[in-house]
Ligand binder design. Structure first.
Ligand code: SF4
Length: 420
């Protein structure tokens, strides 16, 4: 099956809401969110982080609104922000009212710690009058104690019931401009809760694995939960909750959506072979150098770094651009076609130079500018390497022969499946 015909489950239909200029649900592109770690009262510091998050791929940024100074900070931040701002509210409904007054484009309320019905309705009525959507942000770690008791713990049913109860209160004041999250730090619990939420509500869902922790484990956990649901067509906006610079969160969110084909490529997608006995270069080192140089320029390309010319250009023929290591040379290729052969020490520089030209001039023009004789030189290089190293660079064939001989002679190497 070709890549073009592969697709994931159809997106689950949801109603659409708008956080400022960003539509969520109802067929809109899945959006990326992140949260600032600065004090919201520190206007310049927070704005600098908001800009960094937007540059890394965040469509929406959330800031805490935990005190009056934070709400006052929001009044300065919102008009200068490049993306819509959501205020995060816990415990104090008056902070929600203050954030609305500050002009935020969205609110997040936690039903687990903002529990008084009259206060919830007051916030919902104010949000309704101002046309500001609210996220009902249920969190397994701060589930309402009564629900915890009724369901015997933070079960998927308990999380969804918490959202349903809050929604019912909103609806009593005629407010339904809502998205919902049912986050947990346990990936299986979070997946089950969102699946149930998607059957229960037609409101857009905000996905996340809460308190995922520091990378790389945090990245793996968040990706396991979010990607599983997105592949099932569930989820309209996402946030990675990492114990790291929030720029990492925004970047990871964006990269996940690009990897799943849910957003158009905005940045670099570097693919590199895992290296093997054939590699003619330090693949890890060259890939890291190429990544650093290309990311700095934020070029929207898929670029391949391959350890050898024997298999490299063929295996990476779908990449926009790539380089494969020959005998002290690099073979530069566009969509699998060799366009230039360069000295080994110039590989990264040549790759970056070609990437910039490719973005500037387009594929056709760069293929037309291919160096005459490059393909022939590359093919000669490839044949020479094959002759020198043989078809089996890892000597797997010889090893298999030795294993077979040893087994046939009843002298099998120590260790077997039962040791594993
Ligand atoms: S065969 Fe070449 S391209 Fe494939 S993993 Fe080995 S070094 Fe990399």
């Amino acid at each position: 099956m070709s890549r073009a015909t592969v697709s994931m489950a159809a997106r689950r239909p949801t109603r659409q809401i708008r956080i400022g200029s960003v539509p969520i649900g109802g067929g809109a592109p899945v959006s990326v969110q992140s949260m600032t770690t600065t004090k919201t009262a520190d206007v310049e510091g927070t704005l600098a982080q908001v800009y960094a998050l937007a540059a890394a791929g965040a469509d929406i940024v959330r800031c805490t609104c935990n005190e009056e100074e934070a709400a006052e900070g929001l009044a300065h931040i919102v008009p200068r922000s490049p993306v819509p701002i959501v205020a995060d509210i816990h415990f104090h409904h008056e902070m929600a009212l203050a954030a609305l007054e500050a002009g935020v484009q969205g609110l997040r309320l936690n039903p687990g710690n903002l529990r008084k019905e009259a206060e919830i309705k007051q916030v919902a009525a104010e949000a309704r009058d101002r046309g500001v959507p609210v996220r009902i942000g249920v969190n397994a770690g701060s589930l309402h104690p009564e629900l915890y008791k009724r369901f015997g713990g933070a079960t998927p049913e308990a999380l969804v019931e918490s959202a349903r109860m809050e929604l019912a209160l909103f609806q009593e004041v005629g407010f339904d401009d809502v998205k919902i999250s049912v986050k947990a730090s346990s990936v299986p619990l979070m997946i089950a809760a969102y699946r149930l939420a998607s059957e229960t509500f037609d409101h857009p869902l905000h996905l996340g694995v809460t308190e995922a922790g520091p990378p790389p484990a945090g990245l793996v956990k968040a990706t396991a939960g979010i990607a599983t649901l997105l592949a099932e067509g569930i989820g309209d906006t996402i946030r990675y909750s990492l114990t790291a610079d929030p720029v990492e969160e925004a970047r990871a969110g964006r990269q996940l959506l690009e990897a799943l084909g849910l957003r158009e490529r905005k940045g670099l997608d570097l693919i590199a072979c895992p290296s093997c006995g054939r590699a003619e270069i330090d693949v890890i080192g060259v890939a890291a150098a190429a990544q650093a140089a290309l990311e700095e320029r934020s070029l929207p390309l898929q670029v391949a770094v391959m350890g050898c010319v024997v298999n490299g250009p063929g295996e990476a023929r779908e990449a926009d651009l790539g380089i494969a290591a020959g005998k002290r040379k690099g073979h530069l290729f566009i969509k699998g076609r060799i366009v230039r052969v360069v000295p080994e020490e110039d590989m990264v520089a040549a790759l970056v130079d070609e990437a910039e030209k490719l973005v500037e001039q387009g594929m056709e023009a760069r293929l037309a500018a291919a160096e005459a004789g490059a393909e022939a030189e590359a093919e000669a290089d490839r044949r020479e390497l094959l002759r020198a190293r043989g078809a089996d660079a890892n000597q797997a064939g010889q090893r298999i022969e030795r294993i077979r001989r040893a087994v046939a002679e009843g002298d099998a190497p120590a260790g077997g499946p039962e040791d594993g």
